[in-house]
Design a protein around this ligand. Structure first.
Ligand code: ADP
Ligand code: MG
Length: 499
């Protein structure tokens, strides 16, 4: 892993580097909540999905949802992390109208998943590694609604008790691009696993963005010693719910902190809020106002003890994850790391590519999928799952090129027709007479005609071999692009007496 600062920020008084750690809340894809049988589905009417447990009625008792634990373990395995066979739920006490219990059940000192690490691809083609500190399970809170009536606030408890996985990274990111790439990679992983739908608009994934700045070299010292004193004081900006906003928060905070420090001020460890309208952050609460959560083990719940055989069985059923897929694409199909990453970010895209490439020239398949197909889908605003061309059809088109039935140029026309009509390529080629002419008699005839009609060019090509290409173009034109290029080259060379 590269240790140098990826990007130094210039200030008035010298260079700074930025350090970022993310706490990502990912909602577990589960029918029921973490400790109750109420539905966890999004979009129900206010307070429709609320059980006695979620409303914290006196005497209620939470019961752990095994499915949610399984999803957390699965995610932990997907993050190459240690699964803790013994973990515990704690009460995190605070008062808020949307939290009827007066505490959130969370995991504090003993999380279900410990340290891990993931690979993150950056836009410039480089790959970094980001450490995972922990993943723990916790309940979501309800929602206060202040904008429905002028003098009243409402509380919707549908989210109350929904299972969240909090995934805490190490402070391993050093630019807004790295933070964005990490967040997006995390989303890819949970979507592959099916443990979270990654839907940021519905709040299924949101990040608390921790940012600090230090003088150039500070990060390196921190990495060597593990001592946080080499890093600056961090601020934490809460509930950032898109990749673009994560980037904006990092950029804004880094600049703001540098200005404060250069003016002789100091950074308070505080919680901040992001304003999407202005792209700025502002103080939510300072360290002095920080809650004392008075954590203690929840007496209503036993420690969570996992059977190693159960964890193994989850591991055995894991789908192939993006990194494994990326490496397989590189090895099996000879793709570059970049192409392999592009094709593996999204499971549907990866499955499509796999089907096209299997038993064919991987690079050719990658070209057709990433350039032609993704390009056409982009233009028409379609997802891969809505592609008018099936993987089998695109595979057949590639076969027609490979076996010489059509030329690469004609294939592009066929592709365009396929995209319009969803017809099979063989049928299009047959019906429209697009087969490559390999019949040397027909090609020869076309060449003879061109030579007879262009004596000047025939003279010229002997002095200037570069003009040979002009003849190739003429033959292609005369044959409607269908002549086999290799045959055209051979015959032309012979007839023109060049080599
Ligand atoms: P808290 O609950 O107080 O927010 P956590 O341990 O849950 O603490 O999360 C702290 C987050 O802040 C982690 O993602 C960590 O990587 C990050 N972090 C810690 N120190 C720094 C720092 N100096 N600069 C940037 N990020 C930091
Ligand atoms: Mg935290």
């Amino acid at each position: 892993m590269t240790q140098e600062p990826r990007k130094l920020l210039q200030g008035q008084t010298g260079d700074w580097e930025v350090v970022i750690g993310l706490e990502v809340h990912a909602q577990v894809s589960s029918k029921a909540k973490l400790f109750s049988g109420a539905s966890a589905e999004y979009g129900a009417g206010p307070n429709e999905n609320v059980s006695l447990v979620d409303a914290a009625m006196p005497g209620m008792l939470p019961v752990i949802n095994k499915y949610c634990v399984e999803q957390a373990v699965k995610t932990g395995l997907g993050l190459n992390a240690k699964i803790n066979l013994w973990s515990r739920f704690d009460r995190k006490n605070y008062f808020y109208p949307d939290l009827p219990q007066g505490y959130q059940i969370s995991q504090y000192k003993e999380p279900v998943v410990g340290e891990g690490e993931i690979e993150v691809e950056l836009d410039d083609g480089e790959t970094i590694k980001v450490g995972i500190e922990r993943l723990h399970l916790e309940q979501d809170a309800g929602k206060s609604i202040h904008d429905l009536a002028p003098k009243e606030s409402y509380v919707d408890l549908n989210r109350s008790g929904v299972a969240l996985m909090e995934i805490v990274s190490r402070p391993d990111m050093r630019s807004s691009d790295e933070a964005a790439a990490y967040y997006s990679k995390l989303r890819t992983i949970v979507r592959y696993l099916g443990t979270c739908d990654g839907n940021m608009d519905e709040g299924s994934m949101r990040a608390d963005v921790n940012v600090s700045v230090c003088r150039a070299g500070g990060f390196e010292k921190f990495r060597e010693t593990g001592d946080f004193k080499h890093l600056g004081t961090r601020t934490e900006t809460k509930n950032v719910n898109s990749i673009r906003y994560v980037k904006q928060v990092v950029e804004y905070e880094a600049r703001r902190q540098i200005e404060v420090l250069e003016a002789g001020g100091k950074i308070d460890q505080e919680t901040r809020l992001f304003n999407v309208a202005t792209g700025e952050t502002r103080t939510m609460r300072s360290k002095e106002e920080a809650h004392d959560y008075r954590y203690f083990p929840d007496p209503d719940l036993l420690p969570l003890v996992l059977d190693p055989a159960w964890v193994e069985s989850i591991k055995a059923k894991l789908p192939e994850l993006p990194d494994a897929k990326k490496h397989r694409f590189m090895e099996a199909y000879g793709l570059s790391s970049y192409d392999a990453a592009v094709l593996s970010v999204d499971k549907d895209k990866a499955d499509y590519f796999d089907a096209v490439a299997k038993g064919r020239d991987g690079k050719l398949a990658s070209n057709w999928v990433t350039t032609e197909l993704f390009g056409a889908l982009n233009k028409s605003g379609k997802e891969i799952t809505e592609s008018p061309i099936s993987a089998a059809q695109l595979g057949s088109l590639i076969d027609l090129i490979s076996d010489g039935t059509i030329s690469g140029r004609i294939a592009k026309d066929v592709f365009a027709i396929m995209f319009e009509t969803s017809e099979d390529p063989a049928k299009i080629v047959e019906e429209r007479g697009l087969k490559q002419v390999t019949d040397t008699g027909a090609i020869e005839k076309a060449i003879d005609e061109i030579i007879a009609a262009n004596p000047q060019q025939v003279e010229q090509v002997k002095e200037k071999p570069k003009t040979f290409g002009w003849f190739v173009g003429q033959v292609m034109k005369a044959t409607g692009g269908k002549a086999n290029p290799a045959a055209v080259n051979d015959i032309l060379k012979k007839k023109l007496g060049v080599d």
